[in-house]
Design a binder for this molecule. Structure first.
Ligand SMILES: [Zn+2]
Ligand SMILES: [Zn+2]
Length: 359
């Protein structure tokens, strides 16, 4: 590396100094400039003289600030040295959420391997994303759930919430595997960390007495907190501009409880991956109707349906409440025949499956 002041890092061999002495005529040895041919010739390679620690520090910065996976992956293919250093645990453990946002259409064995390296390096975001992919897309429930648990132990709020959804639904098992109390406990931990969906879910659980002792006013408090946090989050990410016409025409408008309409917050990369995955490959089972979720059922009739129209189904009360405000409120129409079908399906049985709409 060269600056106006000269070399930044001293070289460990003395070839540069020797060349100065031989060709400089004694007067101004430093003034002799290196010709491009000398770089190409391999005699001088300033990159080689950089200490590994310095290159790793730069790669750590890149991995924590990369805006997409390609920003980082392109570096891996640049040279052998970059490839070796970029795959060090220290670099992978700092990978940003955006760097780990692999698209479902780009999924491959090497993408899987890369996420696994990051998860093994202790990156809890990678643990969560790979856990969700394994659990729902690859149907490897055991390893998916344990990766999510690893992220949850590291206080990863979306992982805690996703594990709560799995417990509420008995996902990956039978209906009798539902553990509502465990679901509420996980939800409470995620809500404590400020996770908006978890706050909303907990609010509905308290209002309905679902897995926890009924406490309507406490439930209402959590719902208000969820809406306030949601509004604050959207305002922080769209400062000074609450709602574009583009969002209205795209149907992505969230009508908040505070009389202020805002764009819908962006879904987590893991949810986007699930949505894209099942869009391309399809699923024999139903998916959550909330567009920012993407979770599929793991057995028939796992998700609850809208008690009025029966035409939509949700993995959780949080998804239902959000989709109601965004979209379904305008579309929901009572259709008598669905009630007959629901009874035949054997899943629509009283209050447990009746979704209480929070309008
Ligand atoms: Zn959902
Ligand atoms: Zn409906």
């Amino acid at each position: 590396m060269r600056t106006r002041a000269g070399l930044v890092y001293p070289r460990d061999d003395n070839r540069v100094e020797k060349r100065r002495r031989d060709g400089g005529g004694g007067g101004k040895p430093a003034a002799k400039k290196l010709k491009p041919a000398e770089y190409d010739g391999g005699n001088i390679d300033f990159f080689d003289s950089l200490h590994d620690d310095l290159v790793v520090t730069i790669l750590c910065k890149l991995s924590s600030s990369a805006s997409c996976p390609a920003d980082f992956v392109n570096v891996l293919s640049t040279c052998k040295r970059f490839n070796g250093l970029a795959l060090r645990s220290m670099v992978l453990s700092k990978a940003s959420t955006k760097m780990l946002s692999i698209k479902a259409k780009s999924w491959s064995e090497s993408a899987h391997q890369f996420l696994k390296f990051c998860a093994d390096a202790g990156n809890i975001e990678a643990c969560y994303i790979l856990g969700m992919i394994r659990f729902y897309c690859l149907e490897n429930r055991g390893s998916g759930a344990s990766l999510m648990a690893k992220a949850a132990i590291g206080s990863h709020a979306p992982a805690l919430y996703s594990l709560a959804v799995i417990q509420f639904n008995g996902s990956g098992g039978q209906k009798c595997d539902k553990d509502l109390r465990a679901g509420v406990a996980l939800c409470a931990r995620a809500a404590f960390l400020g996770h908006i969906d978890a706050l909303r879910e907990l609010g509905h659980c308290l209002q309905d007495g679902y897995g926890v002792k009924k406490n309507f006013s406490e439930g209402r408090r959590f719902l208000v907190q969820a809406n306030a946090r949601e509004l604050a989050y959207v305002l922080a990410s769209n400062p000074g501009d609450l709602l574009h016409q583009d969002h209205v025409t795209a149907g992505r408008v969230l009508y908040t409880d505070f009389g202020c309409n805002v764009p819908v917050p962006e879904a987590h990369p893991a949810n986007r991956f699930l949505t894209e995955w099942f869009e391309v490959r399809g699923s024999s089972l139903r998916q959550c109707s909330h567009m920012g979720c993407g979770r599929p059922e793991t057995r028939k009739h796992e998700f609850r349906r809208c008690s009025v129209c029966g035409g939509v189904n949700y993995c959780s009360r949080a998804c239902q409440a959000l989709d109601w405000k965004m979209r379904h409120k305008a579309e929901c129409v009572a259709v008598e025949r669905w009630l007959v079908d629901d009874n035949a399906g054997g899943e629509f049985n009283g209050n447990e499956d009746l979704i209480v709409v929070d309008s």
